[in-house]
Design a binder for this molecule. Structure first.
Ligand code: OAD
Length: 242
């Protein structure tokens, strides 16, 4: 189902739902000017993930990896949440049971006010000690001398889930709980090919949720969802609740 009738159906579902789960990807932040990963100007079109976003890359050349993350931090620091981030944050205030699962590491959902969320791929504004695993928020990472842990002196790394790494078990447990109990799942701006998030739509569908996708383009989820709304997140998402 698409367009007008699809939009009407989603609005009606959202108006009566008591439990809603939202899954977001880079597309929601694209409208804030944050580059996506796989689009025409996507990061993985211009950089090799194997060189920058794997534990092996960090072991080989931590400075190079930190330089790349600091470049991304500088870029993200100039961006602000857009109406789609705010609409998602607002939903949390209106519903008793609402959970946001985001693959984005930019922190824009938090800036917009979301608090009930799992940042399943980490957060670019946080660092983690490679020795004692302590996680801290740290906005100024010096890379002339590589950053070290205030507690144990170990080398700090970005608090990001890299390729080949597992998600935190707590994030996974919370996500599956939210997928299993929601009446509506909104999937916003993700290409739907990176696991485990790529499996979340079928999980929610199998548990009986009404599944809605909002994306500029068709994705592997499009055939499976109940309604697919094509358009920009910043235009479509606020419309769902107006
Ligand atoms: P992708 O770059 O793979 O996909 C972005 C999706 O957003 C695409 O399906 C676009 O069609 C859609 N899109 C782009 N602009 C949009 C807009 N304005 N409104 C709505 N949709 C729009 O990003 P993700 O699916 O988030 O991992 O990628 C998943 C993970 O792969 C990321 O979290 C990242 C990456 O490697 C880590 O950083 C660990």
């Amino acid at each position: 189902m698409q367009s007008e009738s699809g939009m009407r159906e989603v609005r009606a579902r959202l108006a009566t739902a008591r439990a809603v789960t939202v899954l977001t990807g880079a597309g929601i932040s694209a409208d804030s000017g944050v580059p996506t990963f796989r689009g025409a100007d996507g990061l993985w079109r211009n950089f090799r993930a194997e060189d920058l976003a794997t534990p092996e890359a960090f072991a080989r050349d931590p400075r190079l990896v930190w330089e790349w993350y600091n470049w991304r931090r500088e870029l993200i620091a100039t961006k602000k949440p857009n109406p789609a981030h705010y609409a998602v944050a607002d939903l949390e205030r209106r519903l008793e049971r609402c959970w946001l699962i985001t693959q984005n590491v930019d922190g824009l959902h938090r800036t917009a006010g979301s608090q009930k969320l799992s940042e399943i791929h980490g957060n670019i504004w946080k660092v983690r000690c490679t020795r004692c695993s302590r996680v801290d928020e740290n906005r100024e990472v010096p890379i002339a001398i590589l950053p070290s842990c205030a507690a144990c002196g170990g080398l700090l790394r970005p608090h990001i889930v890299w390729f080949g790494e597992s998600l935190a078990s707590e994030d996974l447990a919370r996500s599956y709980e939210a997928l299993g109990r929601c009446e509506v799942l909104l999937i916003i701006g993700t290409s739907g090919i990176v696991y485990p998030a790529a499996s979340f739509a079928p999980v929610a569908k199998a548990a009986g949720a009404f599944v809605v996708e909002i994306n500029l383009d068709p994705t592997p989820h499009t055939e499976l969802v109940d309604v697919s709304l094509q358009g920009r997140a910043k235009d479509v998402v606020p419309e769902l609740f107006s």
